[in-house]
Design a protein around this ligand. Sequence first.
Ligand SMILES: NC(=O)c1ccc[n+]([C@@H]2O[C@H](COP(=O)([O-])OP(=O)(O)OC[C@H]3O[C@@H](n4cnc5c(N)ncnc54)[C@H](OP(=O)(O)O)[C@@H]3O)[C@@H](O)[C@H]2O)c1
Length: 359
Amino acid sequence: MGEVDGRAIVEVRSSIIPETVNREFRLRRRPVGRIAPDDFELVRAPVPKAGPGEALVRNLYLSLDPTNRIWVEDVEQYMPPVQLGEVMRGSGLGQVVESNDPALPPGTIVNGLLGWQDYAVLGGTRGVMAQAVPAGLPVPLPTLLGALGVTGVTAYFGLLDIGQPKAGETVVVSAAAGATGSVVGQIARIKGCRVVGIAGGPEKCGWITRELGFDAAVDYKAADWRDRLRAATPAGVDLDFENVGGEIMDEVMGRMNLGGRVVLCGMISGYNEGKPMHGRFDTILMKRLRVQGFIVIDYLPRFPEAIMQLAQWMAEGKLKHRDTIVDGLERAPEALNLLFDGGNVGKLIVKIADPPLKL
Ligand SMILES: NC(=O)c1ccc[n+]([C@@H]2O[C@H](COP(=O)([O-])OP(=O)(O)OC[C@H]3O[C@@H](n4cnc5c(N)ncnc54)[C@H](OP(=O)(O)O)[C@@H]3O)[C@@H](O)[C@H]2O)c1
């Protein structure tokens, strides 16, 4: 142990770092339409060293999110777009393997914006945003990126804080077999609502009704999906948790009851299009709807409250989840398209490295 600027330095134990090369996906050009592998360049750089006050993290799991597609677009958004030549932004879980920060000793598991790379440096001036994960949580690590991570928290605050569901109301959620939608539907059931999920294909529809307890599912890939939506919502729709936008949102809006609420969480059907999306303003007016967009990072200070409640529901068997895990950082660009093709059930995650080293 030494000291710099009055801060203790944890001894650097470089021998525990398994690799010498850091693979980094850098944004080469702005995608047009779907992500193409050439939109990113896979650069092999030396594994960085932790400087004063910094910690080096070996990335274990990378979360793939629809917002990744937004981040590479040069449009107004809630964070600065990723710049050409920059390491692709991405949230993930990693383990501290070298540290000059006493608050992050080697072995600590961290959760944050670790990027599409094998190693990230936390703290100091080049550091990225990340937080230590409490040790000994009784769930597999990937769960902390999904049902007990950002998408679970998005479902929790989006539905409860913005949507304010009441028992007996009809709630419709789109992308219902995805990471956010699957949790939204289960929370709405816990709150006593009638829940209708919209998802692509009979398998996903079967999962959300049979295993997750949704009251009904509408397969939007079926030719008669509009009729099925009407049949599944005989008393209209009080609350739409919108993840998809476009045609699906228009159709649900057409079923809204007077004074209904629309929680505008995402509009994934338009993210590859690169042009503004539109909505049914006529219906908003005539039906006196409340439509509210939200971004989950605004709830950052309240994340622990949501995670504790979600974890309790999980322990009680009221909240189930699935993860789709793709093996290998090198597959991240192609895997991102699974979100747009419906190739994931529940949370989409890339496994970068074998789970934590014994330190
Ligand atoms: N506001 C926030 O803070 C916040 C935070 C997290 C996520 N979100 C939003 O929430 C939504 C879901 O995100 P997620 O991370 O939970 O992803 P996800 O639902 O796990 O995956 C996306 C799903 O969307 C469906 N989908 C894709 N393109 C579609 C299309 N054209 N029409 C209909 N369905 C389509 C696919 O399922 P099917 O097989 O059913 O087509 C796919 O599995 C996204 O819009 C995302 O941007 C917002």
